[in-house]
Ligand binder design. Structure first.
Ligand code: ADP
Length: 200
């Protein structure tokens, strides 16, 4: 299976691009959805997390208290690494299972922290959705109703625009209207179909 990873900073337009590619009949796997799924009640990750960090991280209904986990796990690097050691193998396992089940000519994996997390060696090509930081801020604050300073904090925790662009195999420039996005996605999709057909 030819696997294409789609990444980009917060508010750059990943979800919008993923929807346009899905409209071409391509299987889209969202790493964020999988990351939420693996910590649902009854999933092994939740048991490992409470075993490691304590049962205080559960809400009354048995589900994970995400805010409490964030506080605990991001309080220091050691805790964060322990959490990642639990979550990353499970998330990767689920991603591999979903890829194996995909029937489309190539598979799109939407993964916001592709470069930051590292280790996604099975990915054949990367797409970076790019837009100027000012537009990223504007789209994020409007969509998520967060303050500009909170949006800036999230952006500061991600790779810089320059580093992402240098690491990209393909770049989609999302600084214009949706029509411009459609055109770029169409062209790239045709290119990926050809490459996937030649490769697999
Ligand atoms: P991401 O998934 O990278 O965080 P989204 O695809 O959710 O970003 O886009 C962020 C916001 O900006 C959304 O509300 C989306 O509808 C809007 N948006 C994205 N691209 C465009 C565009 N080209 N023109 C206008 N609005 C856009």
């Amino acid at each position: 299976m030819y696997v294409v990873a789609l990444t980009g900073g917060i508010g750059s337009g990943k979800s919008t691009v993923a929807e346009l590619i899905a409209a071409h009949g391509i299987t889209v796997i969202d790493a964020d959805v999988i990351a939420r799924h693996v910590v649902e009640p009854g999933m092994p990750a939740l048991e490992q997390i409470t075993h490691t960090f304590g049962h205080d991280l559960l809400q009354a209904d048995g589900s994970l208290d995400r805010a409490a986990l964030r506080q605990t796990a991001f309080s220091n690097d050691k805790q964060r690494l322990r959490l990642e050691a639990i979550l990353h193998p499970l998330i990767r396992g689920e991603i591999m299972t979903s890829i194996a089940a995909s029937q489309s000519p190539y598979t799109l994996l939407v993964i916001p922290l592709l470069f930051e997390s590292g280790g996604y060696t099975f990915v054949d090509a990367t797409i970076v959705v790019d837009c100027p930081e000012q537009l990223q801020l504007q789209r994020t604050t409007e969509r998520d109703k967060v303050s500009e300073s909170d949006a800036r904090k999230i952006m500061a925790s991600q790779w810089s625009r320059q580093d992402r662009l240098e690491a990209a195999d393909h770049i989609i420039h999302n600084n214009d209207d949706i029509n411009s996005l459609w055109e770029q996605v169409d062209t790239l999709h045709q290119q990926l179909l050809e490459t996937a057909a030649d490769t697999t």
